[in-house]
Design a protein around this ligand. Structure first.
Ligand code: SAM
Ligand code: SF4
Length: 328
């Protein structure tokens, strides 16, 4: 079986694909209130282009695909993409990250189309605060979407929470307690200096150590491991139904085990979220590149994957494109 290995002996078997830069929310840490300049429709990869890239990537050993954005459920005809990707030989894991607003409507069809799992972003359990953080979001839609995803077996349900000091950090403990009574994986993700850059400041950033300290004040945390846990370190409380994960892109880079490439909404392969280097696979395809040439571009993308990034809370990348375009 073929696989791509990069210069640092990491096997690249995961591709994260942003299928749209559009979003129905404007989360304060991700987008400015007036949104970001959107990419022209003609510049966004078509489904056929995405399917072709994934087919070639699967042949090279990519096994895991995550669909993201922007808000992926906003893109028309998504079920066609999901069912086409799920049929590609070699793709073992097909998941999607969403803000959950359209999940109630789509969970059943997504599951039937072959989606395996969903990650849902939820930064507050308080309706008013949720509305403020997302600039207009409705938590009831998210909660009913989560329930529907659970009903249709899109498991395990992973809830992503980004604690931001002064905004939602008072809820860290409540989120952690959710893992006791529900089977959800509650994942705390460090606030990163990307996205809405004007919103970032060091004081708002909360390192995992601090989040973990607060969580473990509820009850002792026991380490657990899942077969494919990605960058998260998982724990659980005794007798809890669910789990708690910590993802620390800022305080504890997980570059050494990074196994992913990103495909941006406008068709560039980005080997590292925090590096500006991209390979323009769309232009190659639109100028008639053969499958063999696309294959070589994918291999090249892995070859130039940096060994790691040096981002920390003091080093804000000033030139990064919005995360909604790259795919969070
Ligand atoms: N719209 C979908 C959603 O919100 O789940 C998918 C795209 S969103 C860009 C993907 C993830 O990126 C979300 O979980 C969001 O919380 C996270 N994210 C966005 N900006 C971030 C930042 N500055 N720091 C940490 N996480 C961020
Ligand atoms: Fe939209 Fe997701 Fe960014 Fe929020 S985090 S603005 S839901 S893309």
């Amino acid at each position: 079986m073929s696989h791509i290995t990069d210069q640092h002996n990491r096997i690249i078997d995961y591709m994260r694909i942003s299928i749209t830069d559009r979003c129905n929310l404007r989360c304060i840490y991700c987008m400015p209130s007036d949104g970001v300049k959107t990419i022209k429709h003609a510049e966004i990869l078509s489904y056929e282009e995405i399917i072709r890239i994934v087919r070639i990537a699967a042949d090279l050993g990519v096994r895991k695909i995550r669909i993201t954005g922007g808000e992926p459920l906003m893109r028309k005809n998504l079920l066609y993409l999901i069912s086409s990707l799920s049929e590609i030989s070699g793709i073992e894991d097909l998941s999607l990250t969403t803000n959950g607003h359209l999940l109630k409507q789509y969970a059943r069809q997504l599951a039937l189309a072959g989606l395996k799992r969903v990650n849902i972003s939820l930064d507050s359990l308080d309706p008013q605060r949720y509305k403020e953080i997302t600039r207009g979001g409705d938590i009831n839609l998210v909660l009913s979407g989560i329930q529907e995803a659970q009903n249709w077996g899109l498991l395990p349900i992973k809830i992503n929470m980004v604690p931001v000091r002064g905004f939602n950090d008072a809820e860290i403990e409540n989120f952690a307690r959710l893992s006791i009574i529900t089977p959800y994986h509650i994942r705390f993700i460090e606030f990163m200096p990307i996205g809405a850059k004007e919103f970032w400041n060091n004081d708002r950033y909360i390192p995992t150590d601090e989040i973990k300290h607060r969580v473990s004040s509820i009850a002792p945390l026991m380490p657990i491991s899942f077969k494919k846990s990605g960058p998260a370190n998982y724990f659980s409380f005794e007798n809890a139904k669910g789990a708690i994960g910590f993802i620390s892109p800022v305080s504890d880079h997980f570059c050494i085990s990074c196994n992913r490439l990103r495909l941006t909404a406008e068709g560039k392969i980005r080997p590292c979220l925090f590096s500006e280097t991209e390979i323009d696979i769309k232009s190659a395809m639109r100028s008639g590149a053969t499958d063999g040439e696309i294959r070589r571009l994918l291999i090249l993308s892995a070859e130039i994957k940096p060994s790691g990034h040096n981002m920390n809370e003091d080093k804000i990348s000033k030139h990064l494109r919005p995360i909604s375009q790259i795919g969070g």
